[in-house]
Every structure is written in structure tokens, then in C-alpha cells.
Design a protein around this ligand. Structure first.
Ligand code: ATP
Ligand code: MG
Length: 393
């Protein structure tokens, strides 16, 4: 039978975490591959049926270390040899190795015996030489309780943890390059991410919104079901422009965004806020300014790109397919307002004084939020699979 053998990283998975982790991964794969059977088999998952859509999904669901297109055969050395021979005959010439793992200790042969018997059969039938140090072809055999799996190539997964095992967060996405990557990294660490975007109703906002929706569709590829809040920011922005001198506006915008994000987090039952900040990349990202911005909320603020160089972030954005969307020309609501000389070392007492003069209707903005939902189940196909970076061992 045609199956995929799915392996997840096991280091972090001692004790009771393992069951939770496996359960979440099974749920996430099932949700994506609608109706396809997923079975648990001793530290690995088995997904039935081959197909490019299955590989696309397995390559983009967080929590999978690697996966392989395998043949599932009876617990019988002749059946195992047969499957191994088919692989050896189909592969380009070169030396080979056989690597067996035996989860089922009741199987009458040891792993080494299986390696030897299968290896001899391949050499006899194909003339291939054995090389354990530099094989051109590795045949993997996994012997489990009810069947054995035989395959020759491991495809890389994303790694990380299954979405849903680390709690919920609200990620502020601007439409720039950084914030979608930050949202992706939190998904990869097992968070369920709710996206939040602030837009200015008067400023080519339909185009910006189209861009944010494309980013949502792209990110749903990794998380599955995904919710996006789009909160109108124009009237708050006008009030800030009225009361705050240009130098300090960006700081007050961003503090106001944090306060709104906290409200959304409360509505959603999320435990933290996420931004795409990278230390010292722009004026609002000096240590003094980040402190002022993050102090506007009592929620923890996670900035997974804080130590990344722009080049590193761009490389990751390309890999996950958000880069092409992010570089579309339409900027977010604040970019056009950047002052020629923004404050890089904002002072808390100045901020406190300026905010005293502000009348901000935060509840009003939230009540006018638009909510979009994305879903990548079979019924509603999403964007194409992200590019993969070759096979792993
Ligand atoms: P990005 O590439 O994510 O826009 P950046 O390095 O250009 O980041 P800023 O534009 O100053 O820096 O934004 C810093 C962070 O503030 C963003 O990463 C994002 O988390 C948040 N942010 C900025 N503008 C918005 C917006 N319009 N809606 C939601 N979040 C925003
Ligand atoms: Mg930006």
C-alpha cells in the first residue's frame, strides 16, 4: 500500500507532552487532507495515499521533521525484500546502504539481519555495491507492530511544533516584509496566530487590503484555519496628527496599535502580541523606542526577528512565499507619515504628556473591525505549495 511515513522531532517530547503533540499534529494533518486516514505508529505517523497535494501539505505543516513516500508491506522478510528491490531497480546507479529500524521487537530478525538479507538480495539482483559511508541510495526500512515501511528518500518538513500546542497569539502585520515572517515563525513554534492589520480607510486602502488578504492566504498555508482582523486606523491617526508633533507621531501610532492589539488579544483569548521588529532597523526600533512601544501593553510582546539581519528575513520571506506579496508597492497606513527626523530616543515623560492631550476612541475602532477567515481544507484549495529545499537525511 502507498503511504507517507511522517517523523517529528522527538527531543522536546518527553512524557505527557508527546500525546498532546501527536494529537495536535494528527488533527492538523487531518484538517488539511480532509478525510485521508492518518494513523499513529510508535513515534511516527502514517498518512495513506500518495499525491502532490499530500506532499505540499506535509512540507508546510509545522511539527514535521521529515516525511517519506513509502510502501507499506506485510511483516515478512520476503515482502520487505520485494519493496526494497523495486526501489533499488528504479534508482540511478551507484552504491547503496540499507538502514533498518525495528520498533517491533517481536519481529524474528534483528535490524542488522534485515540490513544484511535485504542488502544481499539487492546486490544479487542489481549488481550494486554496498557503501555504508557514502551511499548514492539509502533504503530505509521501519518495522512496526502491524506492518513494515520501505522507502528511499526523506523530504524535509518545516520542523518546529504543531500549531495549537503553544497557545494563541495576536500578530501585528503591516504588509511590510518583516511582520508576515514573524507571524510564520510563531506558527512554527506551535502558536495559533491571529493576524491583525491597521488600515487607513482613505488611503488606497482597497489595494493595501488586497495585499494583506494575500498574505493571510499565504500564511494559512502553514497554520490551516486563520483569522485576520482589519481595524480602521484613519480617525485615530488624524487625532494623533492633531495632537502630536511629527517627531513623536510614529511612537504614538505604534503605542496606540499595541493598546488596540491588547483588546483584540483579550477578545480572542490570546496570551501575547507579536511584531516584526528587528533591533535598530528603523527609528522606531531603537531600544529606548521599543521599550516605550511595548510599555503601552501589559501583554508580553514577542519579536522573533529582533536579532535578524534584513537579508536573513528576506531569505526566509522568499522561502515561505510572502516576499513577492510584501514588495507590492502599496504601503501600510503609517509609512506615508514617517517624519523626516523621527525621534530615535523617545522619552517616557514626553510621551505621557502628549498622550494626555489625546482623545482616542479605541472601542469605536475595534467595533468597526472587519474579520476575514482563511481555510485550507480540501474543499477550498489554497495557494500552491511553498518551494522546498531538497531532501534531508
Ligand atoms: P514590517 O516589515 O513588518 O513593516 P518594519 O521593519 O518595516 O516592519 P515598521 O513598519 O516600523 O517596521 O513596523 C514595525 C512593526 O509594527 C511591524 O513589524 C508590525 O508588527 C507593526 N505594524 C506596523 N504597521 C502596522 C499596521 N499598519 N498594522 C499592523 N501592524 C503594524
Ligand atoms: Mg513596515
Amino acid at each position: 500500500m502507498e503511504v507517507y511515513v511522517v517523523h517529528y522531532g522527538e527531543l522536546a517530547l518527553k512524557g505527557k507532552n508527546r500525546g498532546l503533540f501527536e494529537g495536535a499534529l494528527v488533527r492538523n494533518i487531518t484538517a488539511r487532507l480532509d478525510g485521508r486516514r492518518v494513523k499513529r505508529r510508535y513515534g511516527r505517523l502514517i498518512v495513506e495515499g500518495w499525491g502532490p497535494e499530500v506532499e505540499g501539505a506535509l512540507g508546510s505543516i509545522p511539527g514535521i521533521k521529515h516525511f517519506a513516500r513509502a510502501e507499506s508491506v506485510a511483516l515478512d522478510i520476503e515482502a520487505i525484500k520485494g519493496a526494497a528491490l523495486r526501489l533499488a531497480k528504479a534508482a540511478p546507479p551507484g552504491p547503496f546502504a540499507v538502514r533498518t529500524k525495528r520498533a517491533n521487537k517481536a519481529f524474528p530478525l534483528t535490524s542488522l539481519e534485515v540490513n544484511r538479507l535485504v542488502g544481499e538480495a539487492i546486490t544479487a539482483e542489481t549488481g550494486r555495491a554496498v557503501s555504508l559511508s557514502e551511499p548514492a541510495l539509502t533504503i530505509y526500512i521501519e518495522i512496526c507492530e502491524r506492518e513494515a515501511y520501505v522507502y528511499a528518500e526523506r523530504l524535509p518538513g518545516l520542523g518546529g511544533l504543531p500549531v495549537g500546542t503553544s497557545g494563541k497569539v495576536v500578530a501585528l502585520v503591516s504588509g511590510g516584509i518583516d511582520s508576515p515572517v514573524a507571524a510564520f515563525l510563531m506558527m512554527k513554534r506551535g502558536c495559533e496566530v491571529v493576524l491583525l492589520h491597521f488600515f487607513n480607510e482613505t488611503l488606497h486602502s482597497l489595494k493595501v487590503r488586497g495585499k494583506i488578504i494575500s498574505l493571510g492566504e499565504r500564511l494559512a498555508h502553514f497554520q490551516g484555519e486563520l483569522k485576520l482582523y482589519m481595524v480602521p486606523f484613519g480617525s485615530l491617526q488624524r487625532e494623533i496628527i492633531r495632537a502630536v508633533p511629527a517627531r513623536y507621531r510614529m511612537l504614538v501610532y505604534r503605542r496606540t496599535m499595541m493598546k488596540l492589539a491588547e483588546e483584540i488579544a483579550r477578545l480572542e483569548g490570546a496570551k501575547a502580541l507579536v511584531t516584526g521588529d528587528s533591533l535598530a532597523q528603523v527609528a522606531s526600533q531603537t531600544l529606548e523606542n521599543l521599550r516605550l512601544i511595548y510599555e503601552a501593553t501589559r501583554y508580553p510582546v514577542l519579536a522573533p526577528l529582533i536579532g535578524s539581519d534584513k537579508e536573513e528575513t528576506i531569505a526566509l520571506a522568499r522561502k515561505i512565499g510572502t516576499y513577492e506579496i510584501s514588495i507590492l508597492p502599496y504601503e501600510d497606513c503609517c509609512s506615508f507619515m514617517v517624519a523626516p527626523h523621527p525621534e530615535t530616543h523617545g522619552r517616557p515623560e514626553v510621551i505621557a504628556e502628549l498622550e494626555k492631550g489625546l482623545v482616542l476612541d479605541l472601542a469605536g475602532a475595534i467595533s468597526r473591525a472587519e474579520i476575514e477567515s482563511f481555510d485550507l481544507s480540501r474543499a477550498k484549495p489554497g495557494p500552491p505549495a511553498p518551494p522546498r529545499n531538497g531532501s534531508v537525511d
